[in-house]
Design a protein around this ligand. Structure first.
Ligand code: ADP
Ligand code: MG
Length: 408
């Protein structure tokens, strides 16, 4: 179970966000846990953001209930009142709405969801894209809560992330929705993530696409009728929309596809007036995004392959995990923070070399590399320096293969 509360660290004059992950026990007295954590945090020197070590606490409530405390501070985030309620993470699996089989299924995931726990932290980018998105989303939710008239101050509620495949766009959208549900747990009774794959709207139902789109959006509107529920809609790979429209204009697509595209654009416009919805979209096509769609997005953000610092962090997190699990070992034994604190210059240099060498690879490919390197030893335990050499070889091979197939 996971919860969220916010507190203020006076010395830094900065708003802190505190996420509390609880052991999976029911019932939990949230108020008691919150009070204990709040008091503990306020009387402890916070040295760095991220995972907060609470192992030394003597407080029985924390010891009994709290699994993990994570502290964050997004300076750009619009301040809200300090929250006073803790909420539970939803363990429910995604629900599907499938109307008489004539509608593309919607995946509905109650948020916060255990399946998305840790995703936000695992995504590493060179620039502050995560802060930027969080600021946008927090502002949108705050405007909603303050009932700002969207006819006067307009915003579209649509975000578009575009860039090559495997760069974390879909994951970022899901992680954003998950984080919002934690951060705003006091302001809405429930949060839901609705996933729609744009391909399923356009390809499956040849002559019925327009109607299908309308049905999907009707379902979404029904879900937003309860204003205490905040709905994040993820429309993945919207390039199919763009492609269908381009083909229609060039005459090579039946008019049905064009009707579907137009229906979707109209439906997006209708959602604009609904206060408790946000549309997160992704596209794998970097060039030529449909202008009509671009016009509807408040944020159009390019997400590219990770830079060298992000690549280094991704690789470090993978190697640390393998050290923790004993797949890699170092003489004398390794602690969790071995790479950052105790690694030899040779080990550090080797990792840096791999990070530099993996330029151009997507985050997805880089996260797979450590596994591919391990397959050389059939997953057997191997010494760190030897492993880093294997990792380097794996990068070179992957880049060779991808260059020859020219599809990365
Ligand atoms: N910048 C990144 N930092 C860390 N992991 C990443 C990054 N980009 C991609 N990944 C990894 O690749 C996986 C797949 O990414 P995904 O969100 O499906 O990419 P996209 O939607 O851009 O194709 C992610 O879950 C994550 O494990
Ligand atoms: Mg994707």
């Amino acid at each position: 179970m996971q919860s969220s509360k916010r507190t203020r660290k006076d010395s830094a004059e900065k708003e802190l966000y505190v996420e509390v992950c609880l052991f999976d026990q029911i019932p939990v007295n949230f108020a008691l846990v919150e009070a204990a954590v709040r008091q503990y945090i306020e009387h402890t020197i916070i040295e760095c953001l991220g995972l907060f070590d609470h192992s030394k606490t003597t407080n029985e409530v924390i010891k009994k209930n709290v699994k993990e405390i994570r502290i964050d501070a997004d300076e750009d985030v619009v301040p809200l009142p300090i929250s006073v309620k803790l909420d539970g993470v939803n363990h429910e699996p995604a629900e599907q709405i499938d109307e008489n089989d004539d509608v593309a299924s919607l995946n509905i995931l109650p948020l916060p969801s255990l399946s998305l726990h840790g995703l936000w932290e695992s995504l590493l980018f060179e620039f502050s894209v995560k802060n930027y998105l969080m600021s946008y989303a927090s502002t949108a939710l705050t405007f909603t809560l303050m009932q700002v008239d969207s006819q006067i101050v307009t915003w579209n509620r649509v975000v578009l992330l575009h860039g090559p495949p495997g760069t974390g766009k879909t994951s970022l959208c899901k992680a954003l929705a998950h984080r919002l549900s934690i951060r705003f747990c006091n302001q809405f009774r429930e949060f839901q993530l609705i996933e729609i794959n744009a391909h399923s709207l356009f390809s499956k139902w040849f002559s019925e696409s327009g109607k299908l789109v309308m049905k999907v959006f009707r379902n979404i509107r029904e879900l937003t009728e309860d204003r205490q529920r905040f709905v994040c809609v993820l429309i993945d790979e919207v390039e199919s929309l763009t492609a269908a429209r381009t083909r229609a204009v060039s005459g090579s697509e039946p008019s049905d596809a064009l009707r579907a595209v137009n229906a979707m654009l109209t439906e997006l416009d209708r959602l604009k007036s609904i206060p408790n919805v946000m549309i997160l979209t992704t596209s794998n096509i970097t060039e030529a995004i449909d202008q009509a769609f671009l016009d509807r997005a408040d944020i159009v953000q390019y997400i590219g392959p990770p830079g060298v610092k992000a690549r280094h962090e991704i690789l470090s997190s993978c190697v640390s995990e393998l050290l923790k699990r004993g797949i890699i070992y170092v003489n004398g034994g390794a602690q969790g923070d071995y790479l950052s604190k105790m690694a030899s210059d040779t080990e550090k240099d080797l990792l840096t070399k791999v990070a530099i060498c993996s330029e151009g690879l997507s985050g997805r490919a880089i996260r797979r590399l450590p596994f591919i390197a391990s397959t050389r030893q059939c997953g057997k335990s191997v010494e760190l320096v030897t492993y880093l050499d294997m990792l380097n070889l794996a990068v070179v091979e992957m880049k060779d293969r991808l260059t020859s197939t020219a599809c990365w």
